[in-house]
Write a protein that binds this ligand. Sequence first.
Ligand code: FES
Ligand SMILES: [Fe+2]
Length: 374
Amino acid sequence: MADSSSSAPQQAASASTDKTGINDDGFLTDCWYLAAPSDELKAGKQQRIMVLGEPVVVGRTPAGEAFALRDICPHRLVPLSAGQQIETEGEWTLQCPYHGWRFGTDGGCKHMPSLTDDSPYDPSRVKVRRYPVHEASGAVYLYVAHNPRSDAPPAVPPPEFGPLPEKPGFVIHDVFNAHMDDAVVGLMDPAHVPFVHNQWWWRPPSAGLKLKEKPFGPTDRGWAIDRHQPSSNSKLYRWVFGGKVETEIRFQLPGYRWEIISNDTARLLTLTCLTPEAPKRTRITQFTWWTGAPLLHLAVPIAKPMARKFLSQDREMVDLQNEGMAHQKAMLWIDDIDVQAKWYQRLKREWTECRTEDRAFSNPIEPRVLRWMS
Ligand code: FES
Ligand SMILES: [Fe+2]
């Protein structure tokens, strides 16, 4: 139980050139990532985001369809996000601001204004990378294929979190100065809670440490803590839901962690999505949806700043961690508190191997009870 091991979270970051399913920065490919909450994408508008170190223009057509293209015009490399949406022969296109090339949602060039009528040049030969997009329950996801030229259907379906209302009750986000791996591992770490999140309304220091004992098991590209009674420190849950609630916590590659709190009449789901923007920059977006808990609508003005506070406490700890990481790579991970961090690394390795060997994912996690004091 007390064996320890040192581990470098970014061990997969190098030597990946001959591998599929991971890029040189150690970010998983052939995966769906959160692009943006739906209400950030206004009809007829677009914006530039960074995903796995690459610029992507995401937006919404006037008809309401979300789209995602590489945000670099193949001509002279100007961001398409700086252009405008214009119809071309009845079809939606995004026009580059420099020389007016127009691209469809499929990434194909539909029009080059400089071409003369008798020009032999065929604009449709020019393509900009297109990212498959999926929108559900107020979240827009995009699929990052390993091969940027691939037109193959996504290797896995978009993430699915069970029945949800159409819109989240609220959404918060933050940006951590951390590699995605360190951000994931930091957010799933069970032992920091009494030290980092010890505000009086959640977990006052006087609460002391209690034995936690939770059964974990493998799920689809991840793991779950089976339904259990929430820890007694979460006063808020009891207040909002009444006495008898159960919680369920899940993690799935590449970076989704969700917690479902439910009883006979209500269901609340908090989803944390991690999107790597750059090698040391990770966007964290947290959605909270619920049904059947009318009191919660009243609680939003309180719950939203509370959730923001939690995330900012984690972000501050990442900044402190960076002070150490500037001098040392190796960490000392111990059981049982760092078992989930090790699982995450194993899942990443399996993902890379199964993509490289072109076979189905086989979850390496065995069911196990984890015990710790927190
Ligand atoms: S740079 Fe985009 S059209 Fe010339
Ligand atoms: Fe935390």
